[in-house]
Design a protein around this ligand. Structure first.
Ligand code: HEM
Ligand code: HEM
Length: 223
């Protein structure tokens, strides 16, 4: 069967595969929530950075006839940052929900769209020397998604740990460790996004045309 497929001129790339409506909605919501989350982080470390805004608050108060110490001005500038962290937390709860939703989707997917059966099929088709390179590539891309899910799981656990740690009696030290893990994992997520986007653009330009529209229209007509 494998050789028949590979010798057929109408063979489709393994990347041109159908995606259920729920997976597509999940993908684009995850894209929006992660992008939103990154925007809040970027805002707080640039425009709303409390340390950078201390001078601004002091100057504005001075103009209105009030003199504020650095500590007093920091209390104000810090509040703006907190408001944005509140948005970050809300987006974070959304991401925690999306993480769980992806697991539920996996169980409710049509059988041939389940990750397990896709990987099994790819390993099978990889045995054919003609297909080998293509399916090794496919399996590597799948591995990158598995790494992303682990990273997302890590963000969700450490994020929820920071948000609700006090209620569970986590000490300051434990919350500090969660904070550090959260900060480190963020960079790995950025690396995934850059590699993912570069991969999609390169694939589209190297002949695997239509993978992006497949994530929109589901490639259902292929079946
Ligand atoms: C992939 C998405 C995410 C990225 C890139 C991200 C990044 C960050 C970064 C860089 C900080 C740094 C805080 C600092 O410098 O003090 C932070 C804080 C935080 N994140 Fe996330 N995060 C993500 C997802 C989540 C999730 C899923 C949650 C779960 C609720 C969450 C909850 C929090 C909380 C509670 C804080 C502490 C905010 C504060 O200091 O008040 N984050 N995040
Ligand atoms: C925050 C940004 C993004 C994240 C975290 C992300 C994550 C993911 C994940 C986890 C998958 C695998 C889905 C599965 O089968 O379980 C995926 C597939 C895909 N994504 Fe994204 N994505 C992002 C942005 C984008 C953008 C902007 C595009 C299009 C320009 C895109 C195009 C695709 C395509 C075409 C696939 C299917 C490719 C394949 O079959 O391997 N993604 N993405």
């Amino acid at each position: 069967m494998a050789s028949q497929i590979s010798s057929s001129p109408s063979v489709k790339s393994p990347f041109i595969q159908s995606h259920s409506v729920s997976l597509r909605i999940w993908h684009w919501l995850t894209f929006l929530f992660i992008t939103g989350s990154i925007i809040t982080v970027a805002l707080n470390s640039t425009l709303l950075s409390p340390r950078d805004n201390v001078k601004l608050v002091q100057e504005q108060l001075q103009r209105k006839g009030l003199t504020a110490t650095e500590e007093q001005a920091f209390a104000v500038s810090h509040e703006y940052e907190e408001k944005v962290w509140d948005v970050h937390k809300l987006l974070g709860y959304g991401l925690a929900f999306l993480f769980l939703a992806r697991i539920v989707i996996e169980f409710t997917q049509p059988n041939d769209e389940k990750v397990r059966s896709r990987i099994k099929r790819a390993i099978e088709l990889k045995k054919n020397p003609e297909n080998k390179a293509e399916y090794i590539h496919y399996l590597r891309v799948r591995l990158s998604y598995a790494i992303f899910f682990l990273l997302l799981f890590c963000m969700v656990l450490t994020g929820l740990g920071m948000a609700f740690g006090r209620n569970f009696g986590f000490t300051r030290e434990i919350r500090g460790v969660l904070h550090n893990l959260h900060e480190i994992a963020q960079y790995l997520i950025y690396i995934f996004i850059v590699v993912h986007l570069a991969g999609v653009v390169i694939a589209e330009n190297r002949g695997i045309k239509g993978i992006v529209s497949g994530m929109i229209n589901g490639n259902k007509h292929e079946h």
